[in-house]
Design a protein around this ligand. Structure first.
Ligand code: BGC
Length: 353
């Protein structure tokens, strides 16, 4: 096992470093301190050959200006908040509007655009990178000074875990996630339609044209969203089906059939047949945003090695609470009070078959 650190550039007047954590199988993860973004993830295939399976940029400026939140920690609130407003204990809060009429992924300069303090360490069974950021009261419109710690761990059994921890000094709302884009054949290998996907979710959230949940939970039964039996992402990818038309593909909150809390089994699994790579998602969170990369056609920002991504070339499985839950008492609770500790974990485990 080993850890390397190098300078990656400068953003917002601060030096940004890149840490590479490597375990004995050869698997490694590179994380930059801007946004705590996973920049590279080398994973063995069934022959032991490594490929980089995540999206990202070579150039720091692309992380600052590019969209898509490649690999980044998302906060304070994953996904959209309708019209960027909510009321907490009778007080109205106004957030930055950065996605049509709505607030998305923490706003103009959310956690994806902060330079985090970093500390690396080697443990008996893996390497860690601990990232810390204190978000001031009122940042992007959110109440409370929030102290956040995110710990990445790459373990000897080829699992990348992400632990989130936060405390606040005033009642607030919080929904942290990670926005890594995957293509298990390698990030530059084209469409994801052949990936076989299993998600143990029995319903998904209907959205309006601005991708805000309407409040309706739809049963996956008999729909393109039924991944309870593994099927390829492409099989039912039909944009004439209304929910897929609205979003340009899959971009929906899938509600797990059961909570695995404490984490006892995988909630989602992806298999790429040519390489044999399998990725399992283990989490204590109630939902996952399955996003099939429907906006990945930004010609101004080349991906690593100059690669141009196209629509549905990578997917995200963002474990989270329900989008816009700040405005819907019947959705998952997303408040964090003084004296409480926000603690969640998600693990992406890699295997082959
Ligand atoms: C959202 C998409 C959005 C993408 C990139 C995903 O989490 O669900 O609608 O376009 O992030 O910003």
């Amino acid at each position: 096992m080993n850890i390397e650190k190098c300078y990656f550039g400068e953003a917002f007047g601060k030096a940004v470093d890149k840490y590479t954590l490597t375990v004995d199988s050869g698997m490694s993860v590179s994380i930059i301190t801007l946004g705590g973004a996973v920049n590279k993830l080398l994973v063995p295939d069934r022959e032991g050959k490594l490929a980089d399976v995540v999206g990202g940029y070579d150039d720091l400026a692309d992380y600052v200006e590019g969209d898509g939140y490649q690999g980044a920690i998302i906060g304070r609130f994953g996904n959209r908040i309708a019209k960027g407003t909510f009321t907490l204990d009778g007080v109205d809060y106004k957030l930055f509007i950065n996605n049509g009429p709505n607030h998305l992924h923490g706003g103009r300069l959310g956690f994806s655009h902060k330079v985090w303090d970093a500390e690396a360490g080697i443990e008996e069974d893996g390497c860690t990178l601990t990232l810390r950021y204190t978000s001031p009261d009122g940042e992007e419109g959110y109440p409370g000074t929030l102290k956040v710690t995110v710990t990445y761990k790459l373990s000897q059994d080829n699992a990348l875990s992400i632990k989130y921890h936060a405390v606040t000094d005033k009642k607030t709302v919080l929904n942290l996630t990670n926005h890594t884009y995957f293509n298990l054949g390698g990030f530059a290998s084209g469409k994801i339609f052949d990936h076989e996907l299993w998600i143990d979710a029995d319903s998904f959230l209907e959205t309006d044209e601005t991708l805000i949940p309407t409040g309706k939970k739809i049963s996956v039964e008999g729909t393109a969203f039924d991944f309870r039996t593994p099927k390829t992402i492409g099989r039912d990818f039909d944009l004439s089906y209304e929910p897929l038309r609205i979003a340009g593909g899959y971009d929906h909150c899938m509600n797990f059939t059961k909570r695995a809390e404490p984490m006892s089994e995988a909630r989602a699994r992806v298999y790429e047949q040519r390489s044999g790579r399998v990725m399992e998602v283990w989490t204590d969170q109630p939902c996952v945003q399955f996003y099939s990369g429907n906006f990945l056609n930004n010609p101004d920002h080349d991906f690593k090695g100059g690669y141009k991504q196209g629509l549905q070339n990578m997917f995200c499985l963002e474990t989270q609470k329900m989008p816009d839950s700040v405005n819907r008492p019947d959705f998952t609770d997303c408040t964090l009070d003084v004296g409480e500790t926000y603690e969640t974990i998600t693990v992406y485990k890699f295997l082959t078959k």
